[in-house]
Design a protein around this ligand. Structure first.
Ligand code: OGA
Ligand code: MN
Length: 288
């Protein structure tokens, strides 16, 4: 098989055209997809009118899947390997707890000791306009820093807090935040991570990070803000406009993403994600 690739932006991303990811696929055909994933950071598969089982099965080729025990209330009730990102109200009519998922720059599962390798998000329902997701290439962002800054940040570890998500003051939201906090103690990861497969260095940060280990928030904030702003400059970013049945795969080790609030919140947006587990990283931080 020879893949038909179309670049999505200068910074990152490629579409794999004319493919059905639910069809039988040889190891060598999958190898080409895997290579494209490492080369482009984000892959788009359009028109994947497939079942949940097929979404899960294709995702498994990239590695072991998370059963989302760290997000019990965000799981699909029948499929623990699927995490919901939806604003469809719950069966009892209360708002979905995942309606604000991903509204800050982040990389998936960075609040765990096995942050995710990659995620595959499938679009089931999208508003008439907007509901976009943006991605940033953290390898390019790292490589664009001066040698002095690269050296400075190479020694730092950043503390990743879970539940950086936007909240309303509802009882369900507050309970959800408390549950997240209990399940996820603060952890630190290196600010510069070496990609285990490509060997390239990338900035590993985002807006769930409030400070560096061993430093105060006030001391850390200016540099965190500088690096997050730097990494999300337009030249490092791809903005995805969803179609139903798009599946986007991204590499959580060298990209960040953000769900935009650029749509009418009365319209429905429903996505489902599988999460491929990554290799161990970081350590638990004892906070006084
Ligand atoms: C995610 C996520 C972004 C979106 O599923 O990990 O951050 O646009 N989603 O829904
Ligand atoms: Mn995410």
């Amino acid at each position: 098989m020879s893949l038909k690739l179309r670049k999505l932006s200068h910074g990152l991303g490629a579409e794999i055209c004319d493919i059905n990811i639910a069809a039988p696929m040889s190891e060598s055909a999958f190898g080409e997809i895997h290579r494209a994933f490492l080369d482009n950071g984000v892959l788009l598969f359009r028109n994947q009118n497939i079942t949940r089982e097929q979404h899960i099965e294709f995702s498994r080729r990239f590695g072991e899947l998370d059963d989302h025990a760290a997000f019990p209330s965000d799981r699909h009730p029948q499929y623990p390997q699927l995490m919901l990102v939806t604003n469809e109200p719950q069966p009892d009519g209360t708002p979905s707890v995942s309606r604000y998922t991903g509204r800050r720059w982040h990389t998936d599962m960075s609040h765990t000791l096995e942050p995710s390798l990659g995620s595959l998000l499938r679009c089931w329902k999208i508003p008439g306009v907007g509901g976009d997701t943006m991605f940033a290439n953290m390898t390019l962002a790292y490589e664009a820093l001066s040698p002095g800054m690269q050296k400075l940040i190479s020694k730092l570890h950043a503390i990743h807090f879970s539940g950086g998500r936007k909240l309303d003051n509802t009882i369900a939201d507050q309970a959800h935040a408390a549950e997240q906090k209990r399940l996820s103690p603060p952890l630190a990861h290196p600010v510069v991570r070496v990609h285990p497969e490509t060997g390239r260095k990338a900035i590993y940060l985002g807006e769930k990070v409030k400070r560096f280990d061993g430093m105060s928030e006030a001391e850390s904030q200016p540099l965190i803000e500088y690096l997050n702003n730097h990494a999300t400059k337009p030249e490092f970013v791809y903005r995805h406009q969803w179609h139903e049945n798009d599946i986007l795969l991204w590499d959580n080790r060298c990209t960040m993403h953000i769900a935009l609030a650029d749509f009418d919140q009365n319209e429905r947006r429903h996505m489902e994600r599988t999460t491929v587990m990554g290799t161990p990283s970081g350590y638990v931080v004892a906070i006084a």
